[in-house]
Each structure stands twice: as C-alpha cells, then as structure tokens.
Design a protein around this ligand. Structure first.
Ligand code: HEM
Length: 177
C-alpha cells in the first residue's frame, strides 16, 4: 500500500497519525501523489497532466473518442444525405447510388471499428450485440452500394432498402442504450 492509498481521495482532513505516516513516507522517498489532499499539490509531470486535463475538460482519450464520434456522424451525413438527394428520382425509378453514399458507408465502417477499439482500450463497456446488429446492417448497405455503384438506375425497392437500413441503424444507435 502506498502512502496515498492510505490517505484515500477523501477531502476530509487526515488524522494526525496519517499525516505523520505520510511525512515519514516522504522522507523515506515514497512516491508522492497528485491528489489535493495532504500529499500536497501535484508536481512535475503531474502538474502538466492536471493542467491539460483541466483545459480539455476530460482526458485526451475522451477527446479522441469524441473526434471519432464526430467523424462517424459525418459518415452518416454523407450516406443519408446522398440517399435523401435521390428520393425524388427514387419515386421515378431513376435513382442511383451517388459516390457520397459509398464514401459515407465506408467512413461509418472505419470510424465504427475505431470507436470500438478506443472504447475498449479505455475499458468502457461496449454493447456487443448492438454493435453487431449495426455492423450486420451496414455490411448489407455497403454491399448493395458497392456492387451497384456504377448502375445508372437502381430498383426502387433496393434503393429504398438502403435508406431504411440507414435510418434503422441511426435509431438503433440512439435508442438502444
Ligand atoms: C449505418 C451505420 C451506422 C450508423 C447510422 C451509426 C450511428 C451511430 C450514431 C448516431 C452514434 C452516436 C450515438 C451514440 O453514441 O450512441 C454511433 C456511435 C457509435 N457507433 Fe455507430 N453507426 C453505424 C455503424 C457502426 C458500426 C459498423 C460500428 C462498429 C463496427 C459502430 C460503432 C459505434 C460505436 C462504438 C459508437 C460509440 C458509442 C456507443 O457506445 O454506441 N457504428 N453510431
């Protein structure tokens, strides 16, 4: 047990015996802590780490995850936006999978896999069934959009399926908590 474990993170004033133990521990070269209790303010690298964390509002890993969620949402925008621009044409049976839809679907895949990795690296809980369902639906979307990317006219039902699966994935993402 280190000196700081004994102190705990509690803000309650430490007892006299604990303070003496900490002082003795310091004299014997025990590693200090970065807490705001009796071990004193952070020093050296700890001071910088705390300053950066305060500036970012959270850890750098959280910022990275939020950045990837942002990219994930840009992917949705490209996929769903591409679909929406073709809605009128879909009614006439002349819709086509625009390049943005393929790029959006690929972005979803890459950022989704990265998000799984980042969340796991951070030890956060991941709903594997939810992610599995989203992945399965995205594979169907990606397959259809990729195979038919050069076709001038896409069947109404197939085009509609891509839009419906994309919308389903959005609702799975936000409602399945
Ligand atoms: C069309 C396909 C997809 C859509 C529309 C979609 C939608 C979304 C949305 C709206 C969010 C933010 C809301 C939230 O945090 O729950 C999100 C987060 C996330 N997505 Fe996706 N997603 C798709 C595909 C994927 C795929 C294929 C994967 C993984 C292989 C994935 C993994 C994740 C992860 C890990 C998060 C972080 C939040 C969480 O725990 O759910 N997504 N997705």
């Amino acid at each position: 047990m280190t000196v700081c474990d004994r102190m705990g993170a509690s803000r309650a004033p430490p007892s006299r015996s604990v303070v003496i133990e900490v002082r003795k521990g310091r004299e014997e070269g025990a590693v200090g802590c970065y807490g705001t209790h009796a071990c004193g303010p952070p020093r050296g690298w700890g001071r910088w780490r705390d300053a950066v964390a305060r500036w970012l509002g959270s850890g750098p890993m959280d910022v990275l995850i939020h950045l990837f969620v942002g990219l994930h949402i840009i992917g949705i925008a490209a996929l769903l936006g591409g679909f929406l621009t073709q809605m009128k044409a879909m009614g006439q049976g002349t819709a086509r999978f625009v390049p943005g839809m393929l790029h959006g679907a690929l972005t979803m895949l890459v950022t989704g896999v990265a998000l799984v990795g980042l969340n796991q690296a951070q030890g956060a809980h991941i709903n594997t069934i939810k992610i599995g369902v989203k992945l399965a639906l995205l594979i169907v979307i990606l397959g259809l959009v990729y195979v038919k990317r050069d076709e001038e006219r896409i069947d109404k039902a197939q085009f509609g399926l891509v839009g419906a699966l994309t919308a389903t994935n959005i609702f799975i993402a936000v409602l399945w908590t």
